[in-house]
Every structure is written in structure tokens, then in C-alpha cells.
Design a binder for this molecule. Structure first.
Ligand code: PEP
Ligand code: MG
Length: 324
């Protein structure tokens, strides 16, 4: 698939109406990194650090992690890598941690909730990231932030870790960009101050959609009832885009839908400028974006909404077909 799109690999995802969409890749293992070159991604928009924890049978040590993150940054050769801190719990259970007996793990003790309640591992991970980056820019993103206070507490941990590195006389990152994933509807309605403070936001569409429709992302039967291009969901994402625009908060989208061409076109049409997806999707998404006028797609979306359609998919697909 990567070969098929080789001719546009070095070209930007620039649309007919002049919007340039940044296409980034999702990664999590060292084996993913060669794709950064091969796919033509602008950077790693989501590095799922839990994968490194999941493939082991014991908790990795800080020195090991620091070496690993340094290799990730080396491989990226100056392209931005967004390291997402440990996102465990729910469907991702570490074999060497005490299993939690929870009736609803997806709504349970997971991700940042674990990191804040039992900060040992998060502190170790933040330290490892700071060491790995020493002298280079570092970007860190906290998963599953449901209210602004969780982001503030996580930032306080980051600042403590940074201070500790300073005291120990270690080189600190050249710059530090800290953001949050927007994966629960609640965060979209956080106070203005949160949007002003947060370094950037990334919509975790897989979880956000699951919680928006109250439909388990792992349960095919219910998951497939709800189209990502359902007008309710699309309008909700548009609201998030508009709040971010109001406060100049950089926003990206990193769920699986970003890698689906029709979905990607619609997300870009409602105002997203950065999409992060599996490497194999970058070619097809770039290819479709380069041939489309997003302002026209936006009109098609608005018209379908005004007609009261449940999903804009039919209208957008028909439009894309008619344009060839
Ligand atoms: C998401 O929820 O959309 C996301 C990108 O994170 P994950 O799939 O790892 O939960
Ligand atoms: Mg998620």
C-alpha cells in the first residue's frame, strides 16, 4: 500500500481549496518507526507508550525506558513525537499488575486516573521521557482527561519531575509541550481557562465515540449502529474545533476514524488541521485530500444536516463520487 502512494509521499496533503492538513502516524513499538520514513508522515501524533509495558512480563525500569524513548526520538530525526503517558486499565491490563475486579472497566480505574492515584509509575515514566529528550524538544500527552483538574495535577507531576532533573544537574528538554486527550464528552465543556492553559488537545475518537453514543467500542453489535458521520457526533466535534479555534488551542484527531478516507475528509472539512492514523492510511488519506475542495464538502455536510439526515455519509460519498 505504501508503494502505491510513493509518488505523493513527499507532497503535502494540500486540498484544492488550499488547506494543508498535517498527517501524522500512530505508533507504539520500535517496529513501527521505519514507517515514519516510508509513509511520509509529518510526525508521530500518538505514541502509545503502554504497548512497551504490555509486551513485557515485568515493569520496565526507568533507564530502560529512557533508552527506548531516546531511540524513538533518534528515529524521528527531529519530527515531532507525541508521547502519550501510560494508558492502562479497561482493555489494556498489565500482566504484572494486580487485576482490578471492576464491573465496567471502560468506565473504571484507567489511564490518568491510575497515574494520579498511584503516581509512582507515572513519575518514573515522566523522568524517563525527560532524560530521553535531554536537549531536544519533548511533547507529552495525558490520556483520558475527563476534567481540567486532572490535567492540572498531571502537569504538577511533570513540573516536579522537571525540577528534580534540574536539581540532579541533568540536561532538560529544549522545550516541553504538554497536552491532553479529549476522550470523554465532559472535557469538551471544560472552563475556558482549560482551553487557554492546555498546550494542545487531541481527540481520541475511539473512546470519545464510545462514550458519546454509550456504545462499547469492543462490541461490534452496538458499535456499528452509530456512524462516525452521524450529525450529532460530527456537530459535537465541530463544537470542540470551534472552542479550540477561539482560544488558539492546537487540536488534532487521533482515533481510527482519522485513517478512513471519507471520515478524514469530513473531519478536515469541519476544521481539523491535524490527523493521526496508522501508517498505511496516510497514502490513501493524502490522496483523497489532494483531490478535494473542503469548503464544498462543508456545504454538502451542512445541507445534509439541514435536511435532517441522520448521517452525512450518503451525501458526502455521493459528492465525492460525482467529483470523481
Ligand atoms: C482513542 O481513544 O481514540 C485513542 C486514540 O486511544 P486508544 O485507541 O489507544 O484508546
Ligand atoms: Mg483512548
Amino acid at each position: 500500500a505504501v508503494e502505491r502512494y510513493a509518488s505523493i509521499r513527499e507532497k503535502p496533503a494540500e486540498t484544492l481549496d488550499g488547506r494543508v492538513i498535517s498527517l501524522q502516524m500512530n505508533a507504539g513499538l520500535m517496529a513501527d518507526l521505519p514507517s515514519l520514513e516510508g509513509s511520509g508522515a509529518d510526525g508521530v501524533g500518538l505514541f502509545r507508550t503502554e504497548l512497551q509495558f504490555l509486551v513485557r512480563n515485568q515493569m520496565p525500569r526507568r533507564t530502560e525506558l529512557a533508552a527506548l524513548y531516546a531511540r524513538v526520538l533518534d528515529a524521528a530525526q527531529g519530527k515531532r513525537v507525541v508521547f502519550r503517558t501510560l494508558d492502562i486499565g479497561s482493555d489494556k491490563v498489565l500482566p504484572y499488575m494486580k487485576p482490578q475486579d471492576e464491573p465496567n472497566p471502560a468506565l473504571g480505574w484507567r489511564a490518568i486516573r491510575v497515574g494520579l492515584d498511584k503516581p509512582g509509575v507515572m513519575r518514573m515514566q515522566l523522568q524517563a521521557l525527560l532524560r530521553a529528550a535531554s536537549g531536544r524538544p519533548l511533547t507529552v500527552m495525558f490520556p483520558f482527561v475527563a476534567q481540567s483538574e486532572e490535567y492540572n495535577s498531571a502537569c504538577a507531576e511533570m513540573n516536579k519531575a522537571l525540577e528534580r532533573e534540574r536539581i540532579l544537574g541533568h540536561a532538560i528538554p529544549e522545550s516541553l509541550d504538554v497536552g491532553a486527550m479529549l476522550e470523554t464528552p465532559s472535557l469538551a465543556f471544560a472552563p475556558d481557562k482549560f482551553f487557554e492553559d492546555v498546550g494542545f488537545l487531541s481527540i481520541g475518537g475511539n473512546d470519545l465515540k464510545q462514550f458519546f453514543f454509550a456504545a462499547d467500542r469492543e462490541n461490534e453489535r452496538v458499535r456499528r449502529r452509530y456512524d462516525t458521520l452521524n450529525v450529532s457526533f460530527l456537530s459535537f466535534i465541530e463544537t470542540i474545533v470551534q472552542r479550540c479555534q477561539k482560544f488558539d488551542t492546537p487540536l488534532s484527531f487521533c482515533g481510527e476514524d482519522a485513517g478512513r478516507p471519507v471520515e478524514a475528509v469530513c473531519l478536515a472539512a469541519i476544521g481539523l488541521d491535524t490527523l493521526s492514523m496508522r501508517p498505511a492510511s496516510i497514502g490513501p488519506v493524502k490522496s483523497i485530500l489532494r483531490g478535494v475542495d473542503l469548503s464544498q464538502v462543508k456545504s454538502v455536510i451542512d445541507e445534509a444536516r439541514n435536511r435532517g439526515e441522520q448521517s452525512v455519509r450518503r451525501a458526502v460519498v455521493d459528492y465525492l463520487r460525482s467529483e470523481g
